[in-house]
Design a protein around this ligand. Structure first.
Ligand code: CA
Length: 162
């Protein structure tokens, strides 16, 4: 839950291990932000509410990071937080989260045509989704629709990959 860290909490020593997500890249905060919104909407859809503790578990991040991100996105008008209701997305936040989930689904559908295993698909989609432009995503969407209609082409592709 969102609460201030008590003053009695031990200060983190300077030698403490860095946060779990350590990949430094300029896009890192975008990645975190998008995964966060995606996670909230999925929790709301599956459990009816998004609690900070569930977000921390799902994304494998520390609770203070969840608190910080929640506050940041609330300041941006993308979500609201209420003690007993958990995190709720605003209309704007839900629109953004839906687009993020849709992007994930388009990429997943495309990769499934190649007959890759689900773990590989998930990992690769998680890596690609934050870096793809709208134009390329639209192209992949069209390609996926084409592959949906062309089982023979899918078969040829898989044979070529084998
Ligand atoms: Ca993601």
């Amino acid at each position: 839950m969102l609460r201030a860290v008590p003053r009695t909490t031990k200060l983190t020593p300077k030698t403490a291990k860095p946060a779990k997500r350590t990949k430094a890249s300029p896009a890192q905060s975008t990645v975190a932000r998008e995964d966060y919104l995606e996670c909230i909407l999925q929790l709301i859809q599956s459990k009816g509410l998004a609690r900070a503790v569930d977000i921390a578990t799902t994304l494998d991040i520390a609770q203070p990071s969840v608190t910080a991100m929640t506050q940041r996105l609330a300041a941006e008008g993308l979500l609201t937080y209420e003690k007993y209701r958990g995190i709720t997305l605003t209309t704007e936040g839900e629109k953004l989260a839906s687009a993020i989930i849709q992007r994930h689904q388009i990429l997943t559908r495309l990769l499934r045509h190649f007959g890759l295993d689900e773990a590989t698909i998930y990992r690769d989609v998680e890596g690609m989704e934050h870096h793809i432009s709208r134009k390329t995503l639209d192209a992949f969407d069209a390609l996926t629709a084409e592959l949906d209609r062309s089982p023979a082409l899918v078969t040829r592709l898989r044979e070529a990959m084998a």
